[in-house]
Design a protein around this ligand. Structure first.
Ligand code: IVH
Length: 683
């Protein structure tokens, strides 16, 4: 009896092993060799059988079972990862002609100090995938981490998601102790079309192109969603490695291929710029036959020794270059031209097109930007036009074909009044865009106006997010921002996903926000071109709202940072009676601030200095530190560049610190920062 049981168990174990092997074999045939050996149905039934057996007999489940690829638990956020070796980008040759290849070869030869007569440089030519770069870290042959490129220094951990991609090996035999494989996650065209059709049926958002679909699918909090999206991976580079088993790019790719990584079939070793260009052209001619989108080709100096000699300029290797293709163009017809009012009140003419397929997606609308663009094109409704789309760039109309203009083609003129709210739609002299002047009143702008008004640096009202703002506007509880101060707790509590307690919190926060400052209030008004820092400048320059409201153009132009278009925007805003009405209601409802004395910024100690904050400071919060920098006349910026004067770094500072070090920007800690302020008697 016991024997019989053992035997049954042994059979089950063997069956599971056999299923695992077969599924893996079919995965390889499908994803690596592009040559499916069995039907989807048969594959699914084997897969299901294995899933069920693994549930019943977990003791026999392999750590690397293909069922691991269906996705594990849902996360609340994607964790940040610092790359052991930065993930750089490559120089892009924008010249679409043969000159692009000649220029690259010329640069390489110059850097290597080769004469024309000298021996040739060997180049590896590859496809330039149009997806999302990813770093796969293997320790002792086991995939331990997958991370997106992010800004090159810091990416996001997508390990669970990457494991669902069947062409990514979970385990590699005979790999060096540490080996990071880099490559691109992409979605094949066929899968992309299928996904968009499914999304449409489900009433969910469709993706503009395979690249966005790949990115959206990989950067999921729920790996089981990534699993359903059927992504592909292609290897083309490496990151940190404890041992390098190849001396050339070509051999590296062959090595990776032998270890089970998918590598593009189309690659070539060449020795002259003419051959580089031949590859560029040859790939262009067969581009449509590839199962995935590419946006160009990549040339790499093949020899790793030469690569090291060439090194890097800023963040790009001198030994590689992307040679792109010109965007694809097709012909279609303009069915109509309509006007959209954006969240900032900008009026944009949009061409409604007869749908055409170009650059990997169906295009049925194209922006016409503004009046100047309309005039330059000389477009009429009914015209036949050339539409162009490159990579993830939005489709554009390149030109009209006048010979194909039908007899009934109609002229189009931009309206002088906002098509949504009827306010005057003005265009400043010298400006291209027309704007609706009903900023605090226009329906098209309402949800955004509310979100901006309540935002942290504006009125700082907590608890009103996008969903709630939409409900407030839709249910007509909020037509202008003044209505926010008229909200009753019962009205809030009756909304979706709202309890009495959260409603009370919002009411409390609204009440608290009434006590504000002039700079916050000005910023909250959402005047076009008046951002947070301009609002601050205006507040300190004019000291009171009345003074600003009454300021003529010349006075506005005297203010630092305010140009002619900013000045006109302020004039238009305060000239619209509907806006003044909302402001006076806000004041009547209790919003108040203290007027401030005007100061001369240029005399402040940090005047003109740019600071970047990173990491957690020991005692100050980010907002506090920024506020102190500003009070001393400096600017707090978000990203490190050559223009940065100081990086104020705290605990767990990430890529910004690395970047600052690379650029040689001065790095200070909180103590030094506070000392600087003390020295200026600002503390
Ligand atoms: S090599 C240090 N090879 O293009 C160079 N990149 O701008 C490492 N890409 O972020 C990259 N195909 O996402 C390399 N065959 C290829 C590529 C490729 C596409 C992407 C990659 C990278 C970007 C570079």
């Amino acid at each position: 009896m016991a024997n019989q049981l053992d035997e049954n168990l042994e059979n089950t174990r063997q069956r599971m092993e056999q299923l695992t092997e077969e599924i893996n074999r079919h995965n390889r045939a499908y994803y690596l060799e592009n040559n499916p050996t069995i039907s989807d149905e048969l594959y699914d039934s084997m897969f299901q059988e294995l899933v069920q057996l693994e549930q019943r007999y977990p003791q026999f489940k392999s750590l690397f079972s293909p069922t691991e690829r269906v996705g594990s638990e849902v996360k609340s956020e994607l964790v940040k990862v610092i790359h052991a070796v930065p993930m750089l980008s490559i120089h892009t040759e924008t010249d679409y002609t043969a000159q692009g290849a000649i220029d690259f070869d010329g640069r390489v030869r110059r850097e290597l100090e080769l004469k024309d007569s000298d021996s040739q440089v060997e180049y590896d030519c590859e496809l330039k995938f149009d997806g999302l770069a990813i770093n796969l870290r293997y320790v002792d042959g086991i995939l331990v981490q997958a991370a997106t490129r992010g800004d090159g220094y810091e990416g996001e951990d997508v390990t669970a998601n990457a494991k669902t991609i069947r062409s990514i090996p979970l385990k590699v035999d005979g790999f060096p102790h540490i080996f990071e494989v880099r490559g691109e996650v992409i979605m094949h065209k066929e899968q992309f079309q299928k996904l968009n059709e499914e999304q449409k049926v489900k009433g969910e958002k469709t993706f503009a192109n395979p690249r966005n679909a790949a990115a959206g699918s990989l950067r999921q909090l729920d790996p089981s969603l990534t699993a359903q999206r059927k992504l592909n991976f292609y290897a083309y580079s490496y990151g940190e490695v404890s041992e390098m088993p190849a001396n050339t790019q070509w051999d590296l790719l062959s090595y990776l291929e032998s270890k089970g990584f998918p590598v593009a079939k189309k690659r070539l070793l060449v020795h002259s710029p003419q051959e580089l260009e031949d590859f560029h052209e040859n790939v262009a001619a067969t581009r449509d036959e590839l199962p995935f989108d590419i946006d160009g080709v990549v040339y790499k100096v093949n020899n790793f020794g030469l690569q090291r000699r060439l090194g890097f300029v800023s963040r790009e290797p001198r030994w590689a270059c992307a040679h792109k293709y010109p965007p694809q163009e097709v012909q279609t017809q303009v069915l109509d031209i309509t006007v959209q009012v954006g969240r900032t009140g900008k009026l944009t003419p949009v061409a409604r097109l007869k749908p055409v397929f170009v650059g990997g997606t169906t295009v049925s609308n194209a922006t016409l930007h503004n009046e100047e663009f309309l005039e330059k094109l000389g477009i009429k409704i009914g015209d036949t036009v050339i539409v162009r789309r490159a990579g993830d760039v939005i489709p554009e109309i390149v030109r009209v074909i006048p010979e194909l203009r039908p007899a009934g083609a109609r002229d189009f003129k931009m309206p002088e009044y906002c098509p949504v709210c009827g306010s005057h739609a003005y265009k400043e002299v010298g400006e291209k865009d027309r704007h609706c002047s009903g900023g605090l009143f226009c329906r098209a702008q309402r949800v955004q106006v509310v979100l901006h008004f309540v935002s942290r640096l504006a009125m700082g009202i907590d608890g009103i997010g996008e969903k709630l703002a939409e409900q407030l506007v839709e249910k007509n509880l909020v037509t202008t921002v003044a209505d926010i101060y008229r909200l009753k707790i019962e009205q809030l509590a009756a909304l979706d996903r709202m309890g009495f307690k959260s409603a009370q919190n919002i009411i409390d926060s609204i009440e608290k926000s009434k006590n504000t400052t002039l700079e916050r209030f000005l910023y909250a008004l959402g005047i076009p071109e008046v951002g947070e820092s301009t609002a601050r400048t205006l507040a300190s320059h004019f000291g009171s709202l009345k003074a600003l409201e009454n300021a003529p153009l010349e006075k506005l132009l005297e203010v630092e940072d305010i140009g002619p278009s900013g000045a006109e925007s302020i004039i238009h805003f305060f000239a619209e009676p509907k806006n003044l009405e909302v402001i006076s209601q806000l004041v009547e409802l209790g919003v108040h601030w203290e007027d401030m004395p005007a100061v001369n910024k240029e005399e402040l100690p940090f005047y003109g200095k740019i600071f970047v904050l990173t990491g957690t400071l020991p005692t100050l919060s980010r907002d506090q530190a920024s506020e102190m920098i500003r009070k001393a006349g400096g600017k707090a910026s978000g990203s490190v560049s050559k223009k940065t004067d100081f990086v104020l770094a705290g605990e767990a500072a990430g890529s910004k610190l690395a970047k600052a070090e690379a650029l040689g920007v001065k790095i200070i800690d909180e103590t030094t920062f506070l000392d600087m302020l003390k020295k200026e008697k600002l503390l």
